[in-house]
Design a protein around this ligand. Structure first.
Ligand code: ZN
Length: 130
């Protein structure tokens, strides 16, 4: 069972909470025990899981800018976008129990756009199990 979510994003770094959409796919799948893979097929996109708190989101963006600042690379235009995406990774796997994602109270699933402009991102959600 797989679904592709279409998620509009702003210029990076931009985080979009997609927890509700992913839960919707899990519900529709009818799968109770297994895993849910959330993957963004793009070299300047990422998926992360953490707390949806506005201050933390700002802190996270600032940290990405510090870790991989703009400019001074060999790859043209958007090397910093690719490097930030490599640091975060393109996907996450979440366990499923009794038809629900096993997430901690303060864990939300985010799509992260790291490219320099706004992008409509495809996010692949694949539910495996029984
Ligand atoms: Zn590039």
């Amino acid at each position: 069972m797989q679904e592709i979510l279409k998620v509009p994003t702003k210029a990076g770094p931009d985080l979009v909470d997609i927890t509700g959409e992913v839960e919707g796919v899990v519900e529709k799948s009818g799968i109770k025990e297994g895993i849910c893979l959330v993957f963004v097929p793009g070299a300047t996109g990422a998926v992360v899981i953490n707390e949806n708190e506005p201050g933390l989101m700002e802190d996270f963006k600032k940290t990405l800018e510090k870790l991989a600042p703009e400019g001074g690379y060999k790859h043209p235009h958007n090397a910093h976008s690719h490097i930030r995406a490599m640091l975060l990774g393109p996907g996450e796997t979440i366990p499923l129990e009794e038809g629900r994602l096993v997430l901690g109270t303060w864990q939300s699933i985010f799509l992260v756009n790291l490219d320099t402009g706004p992008r409509d991102r495809d996010v692949l959600v694949r539910v495996l199990g029984e």
